[in-house]
Design a protein around this ligand. Structure first.
Ligand code: MN
Length: 248
């Protein structure tokens, strides 16, 4: 199949732009990376009930879960930590429902940053709500814009050699033991969800990528490949492999 349809749930724009009109949308970098890889990004609005949401997903060939707010800790059975950031209950509900359906249906799924956290929680896993206060000795993972450019290389990740991620990135990366990545997060995977396995970690042990243990094309990364894809062959390959899987 050519030009597979990639469903991407929107996020709310609560800024004062657009004359304070409430808006929904998604970052240009995600759309550009999917378009460059040969896919057709289709945005799903927040606010649909689950039957209509899943009807839309069933028309899609793949699902992309993008970056954004923190996940409400009630979804993984914890009280909010004092350092928990902004949450969006609508977006949590939409994305967890979509992730569960994609896992059930074996739909190709690429999850990025918040997306890896949503996927993990949807699969029954838990999160560190704030790495700096909950993981002693952790590296700096919260290199946020505008203090740092979005493509700022914050740390390396070591990728498991026998993983799907290694097969994709390893074609062009110099060494799977130290792939340089950006890092715009303060939450991360704690207990890994059912049916997922860790396939990349930062030098401090923070989980940076997970995959499905089975045959389904399910890959989630904690960094932001969409900000690197225009300049790096290994990160562009991630989007190409996703779109190719969606086209099969
Ligand atoms: Mn990181």
């Amino acid at each position: 199949m050519t030009s597979p349809i990639i469903a991407i749930p929107c996020r709310h724009d609560a800024s004062a732009r657009h004359h304070r009109l409430p808006m929904q949308g998604m970052g240009q970098a995600y759309l550009s990376a999917v378009i460059a890889a040969g896919g057709v990004p289709v945005l799903l609005p927040l606010g649909l009930d689950e039957p209509r949401l899943l009807r839309a997903l069933d028309r899609a060939d793949g699902l992309l879960l993008a970056g954004g707010e923190d996940i409400a800790p009630a979804l993984f059975g914890e009280e909010p930590h004092p350092k928990l950031g902004k949450v969006d209950a609508d977006r949590d509900a939409v994305e967890v429902a979509l992730a569960r359906r994609a896992l059930e249906a074996g739909l190709p799924l690429l999850a990025i940053c918040r997306g890896i956290q949503v996927l993990n929680v949807a699969a029954g896993g838990t999160l560190y709500q704030d790495i700096p206060s909950q993981v002693p000795g952790a590296l700096k993972h919260n290199c946020f814009y505008p203090e740092y450019p979005r493509d700022h290389i914050a740390h390396a990740v070591a990728i498991a050699p026998d993983s799907r991620l290694a097969a994709i990135v390893g074609q062009t990366a110099e060494s799977l033991a130290a792939v340089p990545v950006n890092s715009l997060h303060h939450q991360s995977v704690k207990a890994v969800g059912t049916g997922l396995q860790v396939v990349a970690q930062a030098p401090d042990g923070i989980v940076e990528a997970v995959e499905a243990t089975g045959e389904a094309w399910v890959l989630a990364v904690q960094w932001h490949p969409e900000e690197l894809a225009a300049s790096r062959a290994d990160m562009a390959a991630l989007f190409r492999a996703f779109v190719e899987a969606a086209g099969r």
